[in-house]
Design a protein around this ligand. Structure first.
Ligand code: NAD
Length: 377
């Protein structure tokens, strides 16, 4: 185990990982803009111009170095004009859901980023792969394991890369947690706990509350963050889960789960528990280890995240997570750097989601999981 004093801990982290994060693991000459280097940037098309594309992804794509906003796919004619004006997108790179497949002939588009309601991820991810484009699927990757496998198979067949929109794997506090766990800075993680929740209000007909479009409630939406946190919080995949569902506003959550808790066993005796809800606010990862503890709170919002450990606080400069995420994926395509959130990670999480729903349906039965190292990056 590495020894840190309280004073050196955050300094070492701030210099070490912070710097590494900014360079995203790229070859130094390229990252530093060495002479004679070709400066490539991949074109990204956003499919679905809702809240996440509008307020996070498009602004982030103005800051990225290895990719840029090159096209849009929308079913709303008015948005075509607004986005074309705002981001200078030529008409030739604007698509709707009917003519989307003709994106295959558009050399300006290298990556298609699917930012639609969850149940549409599989269809558009598969169509994008068949068009020969690299694919990013927003989280959850799809609404069933079978759909995740179909997207992965389509990408494999087309020879294109696939990532899930798990932005936190490019985020410095999360990456530091992964490093702490890997290097056993505080010894073995014995207990890990993760909460991801917010209070849902407003339109009861929104797609997130419509089971056909969302595939599920809090668990599909925020629960994947809890599952992710638990796994990178101890560096292992779970071997079993038991889950419970709580409903207090059934008139509002007519079709989808409101609150779910679950308890996990991990190899080596590590124990975990999670909560996810559309009826409470929570945003935390905590891990107790043999020789200390660490915590992120908030752990999964757009940042800056906040981190503490038994040796002192974590401190990293803030950058837009989506910028880091998309540059990491573009670098993976361009330079072969690691894919920080590959398709099998999204599929693994959906296996766990399905196990949780099954446990709930069976009165909190214990469901065994046989995941091996699937999706551990
Ligand atoms: P949103 O409701 O703001 O936007 C959805 C978009 O899909 C809209 O442009 C809408 O017009 C379009 N759409 C097409 N067909 C539709 C249909 N049948 N019903 C409803 N909308 C339809 O949603 P959002 O918040 O942008 O979420 C989109 C995806 O992004 C979801 O999968 C969500 O989980 C994911 N997301 C991820 C993050 C993250 O931090 N990674 C954050 C927010 C959302």
């Amino acid at each position: 185990m590495k020894k840190y004093t309280r004073r050196t801990f955050s300094t070492v982290l701030g210099r070490g990982l912070g710097g590494a994060t900014l360079l995203s693991g790229l070859p130094m000459a390229y990252a530093m803009g060495g002479e004679g280097q070709e400066k490539k940037s991949l074109g990204v098309a956003l499919v679905g111009l809702g809240g996440y594309s509008t307020y996070q992804l498009a602004p982030a794509l103005q800051e990225t170095r290895y990719c840029h906003l090159a096209g849009i796919v929308t079913g709303t004619a008015a948005k075509e004009h607004t986005w074309a004006q705002k981001y200078g997108i030529p008409e030739a790179h604007i698509y709707n859901y009917e003519n989307f497949d003709s994106i295959a002939g558009d050399d300006a588009i290298d990556i298609v980023y699917v930012v639609l309601p969850n149940s549409m991820h599989a269809e558009y991810g598969i169509r994008a792969a068949r068009a020969g484009k690299h694919v990013i699927c927003e989280k959850p990757m799809a609404i069933s394991v079978a759909e995740c496998e179909a997207i992965m198979a389509a990408c494999e067949a087309a020879g294109v890369k696939l990532a899930v929109g798990y932005r936190l794997h490019s985020e410095p506090y999360t990456r530091e947690v992964k490093r702490i766990v890997k290097e056993k800075t505080f010894g073995e993680v014995r207990y890990v706990s993760a909460d991801a929740a917010y209070i849902s209000g407003g339109n009861p007909d929104q797609w997130r509350l419509d089971i056909k479009l969302s595939g599920g409630g809090a668990l599909m939406n925020m629960g994947v963050y809890s599952i992710q946190s638990l796994i990178y919080g101890c560096g292992k995949n779970p071997i079993s889960v038991r889950a419970q569902e709580f409903s207090t506003r059934p008139e509002y959550f007519r079709q989808t789960d409101e609150t779910i808790t679950a308890q996990f066993e991990f190899p080596g005796g590590t124990v975990g528990q999670m909560m996810t809800s559309h009826n409470a606010n929570a945003n935390r990862l905590y891990a107790s280890c043999d020789e200390g503890w660490f915590e992120l709170q908030p752990a999964n919002n757009y940042g800056p995240l906040h981190g503490r450990t038994s040796l002192g606080p974590l401190q990293f400069p803030h950058e837009r997570q989506q910028k880091l995420q998309m540059d990491d994926f573009a670098s993976h395509i361009l330079f072969g750097t690691p894919n920080r959130a590959p398709g099998e990670m999204g599929k693994r999480d959906m296996i766990i989601v399905e196990a949780i729903y099954r446990s709930v349906a069976e009165g909190s039965s214990k469901i065994a999981l046989d995941l091996g190292d699937m999706g551990l990056v």
